[in-house]
Design a protein around this ligand. Structure first.
Ligand code: 3H9
Length: 713
C-alpha cells in the first residue's frame, strides 16, 4: 500500500488514513492510494464499513494548489480530475464514513461529500474556499453541496468562500454527527451503527429533495450574483460558481458535473486565478527568510506592553487581546488613556452588535487590556511596543527609558512608519533586541505588519516577530530599514503622480473612479482625505529633501492644507463630506485646481483613465523595482503581499509586481520611458526594471533566480 494512504482495521471497520503532510492535499498519489485502499477494504471480509480520516493535524485541505498553479500556467498534465475517485468512493459497496478534523476545504470537502456519511469534531472547519484562488469547486462540489445543504446555503458557501464549523454544518445537513472526544473512536462507532442497522448507502449524487424549484431558486441566483458583485468586485469565479450551482438544480448530476468542469477549466486558465494562486504562495513564502531557519528559537511573548493608547496603540492592544495576550497599555495623561479605552470598548461593542462574537468574549478581551499611566509591570513584559507620536526625539527618549526598565530578553519594538530603526536602537544598550513592527490602521483589522529589521536586530528577534504576527492572525513581511520602508516608500510617488494628474486636467473623482475600477479598495484621494491632508502635508514637508532636481511637485495639497481642508475630519478635503461621510465632488476644489494649474502655467488637457492607471501604478512598480534591487525587500512577491494585505491592491491582480509581469515588463518600461520624456527625470526607469525588460524576463523569474542569495539590506 502506498504510504500516502494506509489501511488498518478497528473493531470490524476498515480505517483508511491519508498521510500527506502538512495538510493532506490531494497530491498525485493520494487519489490512487485511496482507490487501492478502498479496493482492499471492500474485499476484506472482516470489515463491514469503512472510515476515511486524515492523519496529522487535518482532514484533506483541498486539491494540491501546486498542481493548480501548473495547470493555471498551462504546464503539467492539465487541471486535476477527480471524477473517477469520487465515483469510486460513492459506489463503494460498504458504508463509507468520512471523519473530519482540522479542515475539509475545497477538494477535501468534495471528497467528504462523496462518502455516504460524514462526522466531525466540533472545531472542524468545512468549506469551499476556491473563489479565493480565482476558481470554482472543480471536483463536483457545486453539484453535491446543494444536494446536501440546499441551493441558498450552497450559493452562500461558494460565493463567500468562508468555512463553517461542524455544529453549523450539522444544522445544514452537510455532516451527520458531531463527535465529542476521540474522532477515530467516534467515527468507527458511528460506522458500526450504520452497518448494523443496514442503513442505506446514501449517495449524495442521487439526492434531490433540497434542490428546490426553478421558480424559488431564481431569486437565490440573483441574490448570489449580487453578493458576488458586491463582495468580490470585478471577479469572475464568484459569479461563475452561481452558474455551476444553477446547473446542479436544473440538470441531471452527470451533465451538471460536465458543466462544472467547463467553468472550472475556464476559471483556472484566467489571469485572475494565476494572480490569486501567486498571492496564496507569496503570503506563505514571506515567512521564509534565507538566513533564519524555521527552527530558530523564538522569545515567548506571554505579556506585552504598549506605549501610546491612540489609534495605533489601541488597535495593536486589541490585536494582542484578541490573540489572548495580556497587555499593559500606557499613556501620559488620564484623558488620553480614557479616550483610548473608550474607543477600544466601542469597537468591541460594535463587533458584539454585529454578532462577530459574544459579550462574554468581549469581556474576556477587555479584561486582558490594563490601562495605566506608569511603567509599572513593564519590567515583566516580553514585548514592549512603542506607538507614540511620530517624532525621533520622542522615540529616542522613550527607548532610553525602556533601556533602563525592560528585562534583557524583552523585544523592544517601534511602530514607526517612517523613522530610522537603527537610530532609535542606538540609544539602547541592547540594539539586537530592537525591531520595527509597522502595523496598519486599524491595527485590529488590517492584516499587514511590516517587520523592519535594523542593522543590529538579532535573528531570534526577527523570528519572534514573524511568530508573533502569525499568532495575531497577521501577515508579517520582513523589510529593510529605508525611508518609508516598502509600503509607504511606494505610496509616496503614487500619491504624487495622482496629484500631478489632477493639475494636468483630471479631477480627483475621475482619478479615484479609474483606480477603483482597476480594483483598488479606495481611490487615492479618498484615502488621502481619510488619513488627513494635514498628515499628508507633514509627510510632504519631512520628505522634501528626497525631492530630486527637476521633480515637479504638486501644488494643490498645500493649498487645501492652508485652507483647513484636512479631509474627512473637517468635512472637506479633496471632496466635501455629508453627515454619513460620503465623498461628494466639490466644485470649489475643481476651481482651486484649475486656478493653481493656470498660475503655474500647466496646460490642462483631457486625460484618459488608461493614462491614470499607467501613471499611478507604473510609478509604484518602478519604485518597487528600486527597492528590490537595493535589497530592502527580499522578493518581488513580498512587495505584492505588502500591497495586497496593507494597501487594498486587488488580489486578482496579484500585487503591483505580479501585475507588471502580467502586463509585460518591456511594455511597462517602454511606457515609463515615454513618461520620462514627457514629464521629467523622476520617471527614469529603475535599472532592474530596465535590465529585466531587455532580457524579456519577469519579476517572478527574478525571485526564483535569487532565492538563495537574499538578505535584507
Ligand atoms: C481545490 O481544492 C480545488 C478543487 O475544487 C478541485 C479541483 C479539481 N495545496 O497556510 P499554512 C501548504 S482548491 C498545497 O501556512 P495554516 C502551504 O503552502 C484548494 N499546499 O498553514 C504551506 O506550505 P509551506 C482548496 C498547501 O495552518 C503549508 O501547507 N483549499 C495547501 O496556517 C502550511 O500552510 C484551500 O484553498 C494545498 N491545498 O493553514 C485551502 N494548503 O509550509 C488552502 C496548504 O511550504 N489552505 N498548503 O509554506 C489553507 O487555507 C491553509 O493552508 C490551511 C492551514 C487552513 C489549510
Amino acid at each position: 500500500m502506498d504510504q500516502l494512504v494506509n489501511l488498518t482495521t478497528h473493531d470490524g471497520v476498515a480505517v483508511i488514513v491519508i498521510n500527506n503532510p502538512p495538510v493532506n492535499a490531494l497530491s498525485p498519489g493520494v487519489p490512487e492510494g485511496l482507490v487501492a485502499a478502498l479496493d482492499a477494504a471492500e474485499k476484506d471480509p472482516s470489515a463491514d464499513a469503512i472510515v476515511i480520516i486524515g492523519g496529522g493535524r487535518t482532514f484533506i485541505a483541498g486539491a494540491d494548489i501546486k498542481e493548480l498553479e501548473l495547470a493555471a500556467a498551462g504546464r503539467g498534465s492539465g487541471p486535476p480530475e477527480f471524477h473517477g475517485i469520487l465515483a469510486r468512493i460513492e459506489n463503494t459497496a460498504k458504508p463509507v464514513v468520512m471523519a473530519i478534523h482540522g479542515t475539509a476545504l475545497g477538494g477535501g470537502n468534495e471528497v467528504a461529500m462523496a462518502g455516504h456519511y460524514r462526522v466531525a469534531v466540533p472545531d472542524a472547519q468545512i468549506g469551499q474556499p476556491e473563489v479565493n484562488l480565482g476558481i470554482i469547486p472543480g471536483a463536483e462540489g457545486t453539484q453535491r453541496l446543494p444536494r446536501l445543504v440546499g441551493v441558498a446555503a450552497a450559493v452562500d458557501l461558494c460565493v463567500s468562500g468562508k468555512p463553517i464549523r461542524a455544529p453549523e454544518a450539522l444544522k445544514l445537513g452537510l455532516i451527520d454527527r458531531v463527535i465529542e472526544g476521540d474522532l477515530l473512536k467516534g467515527a468507527v462507532h458511528f460506522a458500526r451503527e450504520i452497518a448494523k442497522e443496514g442503513a442505506p448507502l446514501r449517495k449524495t449524487s442521487e439526492l434531490s429533495e433540497k434542490l428546490g424549484s426553478e421558480w424559488v431558486d431564481a431569486s437565490i441566483y440573483v441574490a448570489g450574483r449580487d453578493q458576488a458583485r458586491r463582495t468580490r468586485r470585478n471577479m469572475l469565479a464568484p459569479l461563475k460558481v452561481v452558474d455551476a450551482i444553477e446547473a446542479a438544480a436544473t440538470l441531471p448530476f452527470e451533465e451538471g458535473c460536465k458543466k462544472e468542469r467547463e467553468i472550472f477549466v475556464e476559471c483556472i486558465q484566467s489571469d485572475q486565478a494565476r494572480a490569486l494562486i501567486h498571492a496564496f504562495f507569496a503570503e506563505r513564502a514571506v515567512a521564509k527568510i534565507p538566513d533564519i531557519p524555521k527552527d530558530m528559537p523564538v522569545y515567548n511573548i506571554r505579556e506585552a506592553a504598549i506605549i501610546g493608547a491612540g489609534t495605533m496603540g489601541g488597535g495593536i492592544a486589541m490585536a494582542c487581546a484578541n490573540a489572548g495576550i495580556p497587555v499593559l497599555l500606557k499613556e501620559v495623561e488620564q484623558a488620553a488613556l480614557d479616550r483610548g479605552m473608550a474607543t477600544i470598548r466601542r469597537n468591541y461593542e460594535n463587533s458584539v452588535k454585529k454578532g462577530r462574537f459574544s459579550q462574554e468574549v468581549m469581556d474576556q478581551r477587555m479584561a486582558l487590556i490594563h490601562p495605566q499611566l506608569t511603567y509599572e509591570g513593564f519590567e515583566r513584559a516580553d514585548l514592549i511596543l512603542e506607538a507614540a507620536f511620530e517624532s525621533m526625539d520622542l522615540k529616542k527618549r522613550i527607548f532610553g527609558e525602556l533601556d533602563k526598565i525592560a528585562k534583557l530578553d524583552c523585544v523592544l519594538a517601534t511602530n514607526t512608519s517612517t523613522l530610522d530603526i537603527d537610530e532609535i536602537a542606538s540609544v539602547t544598550g541592547i540594539p539586537r533586541m530592537v525591531i520595527g513592527l509597522h502595523f496598519f490602521s486599524p491595527a485590529n483589522v488590517m492584516r499587514l505588519v511590516e517587520i523592519v529589521r535594523g542593522k543590529a536586530t538579532s535573528k531570534p528577534v526577527v523570528a519572534t516577530a514573524l511568530a508573533l504576527a502569525k499568532k495575531l492572525g497577521k501577515v508579517g513581511v520582513v523589510v529593510g530599514n529605508c525611508r518609508g520602508f516598502v509600503g509607504n516608500r511606494m505610496m509616496l510617488p503614487y500619491m504624487r503622480e495622482a496629484q500631478l494628474l489632477v493639475e494636468e486636467g483630471a479631477t480627483p473623482e475621475q482619478v479615484d473612479r479609474a483606480l477603483y475600477n482597476f480594483g483598488m479598495a479606495m481611490g487615492i484621494f479618498a484615502v488621502d482625505d481619510m488619513g488627513g491632508i494635514d498628515l499628508a502635508y507633514r509627510v510632504r514637508q519631512e520628505y522634501k529633501h528626497l525631492e530630486k532636481p527637476g521633480m515637479r511637485m504638486p501644488l494643490v495639497l498645500e493649498k487645501l492644507f492652508h485652507m483647513g481642508r484636512y479631509g474627512q475630519k473637517t468635512g472637506a478635503g479633496w471632496y466635501r463630506y455629508d453627515e454619513n461621510r460620503k465623498p461628494i465632488p466639490d466644485p470649489e476644489v475643481h476651481a482651486i485646481i484649475e486656478k493653481t494649474a493656470h498660475e503655474a502655467g500647466i496646460p490642462r488637457r483631457h486625460i484618459s483613465d488608461d493614462e491614470i492607471i499607467e501613471r499611478c501604478i507604473y510609478i509604484m512598480i518602478n519604485e518597487g523595482a528600486k527597492i528590490l534591487e537595493e535589497g530592502y525587500a527580499l522578493r518581488a512577491a513580498d512587495i505584492d503581499v505588502i500591497y495586497l494585505t496593507g494597501y487594498g491592491f486587488p488580489g486578482y491582480r496579484g500585487g503591483p509586481m505580479w501585475y507588471a509581469d502580467t502586463v509585460g515588463l518591456k511594455r511597462v518600461r517602454d511606457r515609463i520611458r515615454e513618461f520620462r520624456a514627457q514629464h521629467g527625470e523622476w520617471w527614469e526607469p529603475a535599472p532592474l526594471l530596465d535590465k529585466l525588460a531587455d532580457q524579456g524576463q519577469t519579476f517572478a523569474a527574478w525571485d526564483a533566480a535569487h532565492e538563495h542569495e537574499m538578505a535584507v539590506a
